[in-house]
Write a protein that binds this ligand. Structure first.
Ligand code: CU
Length: 123
């Protein structure tokens, strides 16, 4: 195999590696309201999970686990304006909560994680 041909194959392999890296945009949680291990006032709360890439909002899931350990599936607001977010709302009584999230990125990869926070009683 001549030098030029080998060079072409190596170049192609490197290019293909970059393409597959940029295509694997797994959803990574980058910000949230409430913040991880943060606190919000009890009552009506807006919940926002923000990711590094676009999310298939219709096929992602948010499950809220309350202080009584009951699990509630949260409705996700489908929003073209905020394609990187999973948004919902909930009525929170004081106590400790966890959101189990499952985010489907547009590359078809599912990621999941937990977001823990506390709802504090109003003073
Ligand atoms: Cu991916």
């Amino acid at each position: 195999m001549g030098y030029q041909r080998r060079f072409a194959i190596v170049s192609f392999t490197i290019a293909a590696t970059f393409v597959s890296m940029s295509a694997s945009a797994h959803a990574i949680l980058v910000d949230s309201t409430p913040k991880a291990n943060g606190s919000v006032p009890a009552g009506h709360a807006a919940l926002v999970l923000k990711y590094n890439s676009k999310i298939d909002q219709g096929r992602s899931r948010l499950v809220l686990v309350g202080p009584d350990h009951k699990e509630t599936s949260l409705p996700i607001t489908v929003s073209a304006d905020r394609p990187n977010e999973l948004d919902s709302t909930a009525e929170l009584s004081p106590g400790a909560y966890v959101i189990h999230w499952q985010a489907l990125a547009l590359d078809g990869h599912l990621t999941r994680g937990d977001l823990a926070f506390t709802a504090s009683a109003k003073p």
